[in-house]
Ligand binder design. Structure first.
Ligand code: FPP
Length: 249
């Protein structure tokens, strides 16, 4: 059964949606199960949201799957998550290929266990020519890490004479981030009733609309996504201008 999308204006879709998937642990607790059960059920929501974005024509979807700070979690949870990434990337590869979806990853991929990294890079390589939508997984990612890396690369370019200080603009900076070929998200969603950014895409969300959902991630479905898009479409995006200026433009 398909979910109704009548309340969405298809001509005013965000081309990039970023999601902080939160609440897996609490969802598991509510079902009297271990935390990792929540993560396993979170994969269903990943599938539903990816499918919904592809169906309605969103071009980029970025999911915060594992932060640099998440390495501090209990070892058994980290190991289960890494295994879940390998298994999910492997089992979903056929679906990505069939639906013409390109997979990308941002983050400190060198810090991932070998098999997780291998599975990920293989899926990225096999889907690289797909063009309907790009699914970006943020893995071992944090904004401060990314911005530090970008600064180092720029400093290196200046030191080697490939770039002058005067040439460093916002565009130069953005071009050194891991999201260099990806447009900034217009909509950021966080689930589970938490109101934080948690070190996610801090440069890129400068002008994003933030939508917070009370739904815990494993329960987040297509209808919740459509609701978030409808909320985004109800907002006035001013980019520093006045409301009068925006309505005249
Ligand atoms: C946050 O919930 C969730 C995570 C740190 C992991 C997200 C991972 C998945 C949904 C698994 C599959 C993903 C892919 C892309 C294959 P939490 O554990 O912080 O929940 P809590 O705040 O209720 O404790």
């Amino acid at each position: 059964m398909s979910t109704p999308t009548q309340h969405i204006d298809k001509d005013n879709l965000p081309q990039h949606i970023a999601i902080i998937m939160d609440g897996n642990g609490r969802w598991a607790k509510r079902h009297s199960k271990p935390r990792v059960w929540g993560h396993k059920n979170g994969v269903k929501a990943v599938r539903a949201v990816t499918e919904a974005c592809a169906e309605i024509g969103v071009k980029y979807l970025t999911l915060y799957a594992f932060s640099k700070e998440n390495w501090k979690r209990p070892e058994v949870e980290v190991n289960t998550l890494m295994r879940l990434f390998v298994n999910t990337v492997g089992s979903e590869l056929k679906t990505l290929l069939k639906n013409n979806i390109r997979l990308k990853a941002i983050g400190d991929l060198d810090s991932l266990p070998k098999d997780t990294r291998r599975a990920l890079l293989e899926a990225i390589d096999r889907t690289r020519s797909n063009s309907r939508m790009t699914l970006v997984l943020a893995l071992s990612y944090s904004s401060r890490w990314e911005i530090t890396q970008s600064s180092k690369r720029i400093a290196q370019a200046v030191q080697e004479g490939r770039l002058s200080v005067d040439e460093i603009t916002e565009e130069t900076f953005a071009d050194h981030l891991s999201t260099q070929e990806i447009p900034d998200p217009e909509l950021l969603i966080r689930t589970s009733g938490e109101y934080r950014i948690s070190n996610f895409l801090m440069w890129q969300i400068s002008y994003a609309e933030l939508v917070f959902s009370e739904t815990l991630w494993p329960d987040f479905g297509k209808e919740d996504l459509y609701q978030a898009i409808a909320t985004y479409q109800g907002r006035e995006r001013r980019f520093g201008m006045t409301g009068e200026q925006v309505s005249k433009s």
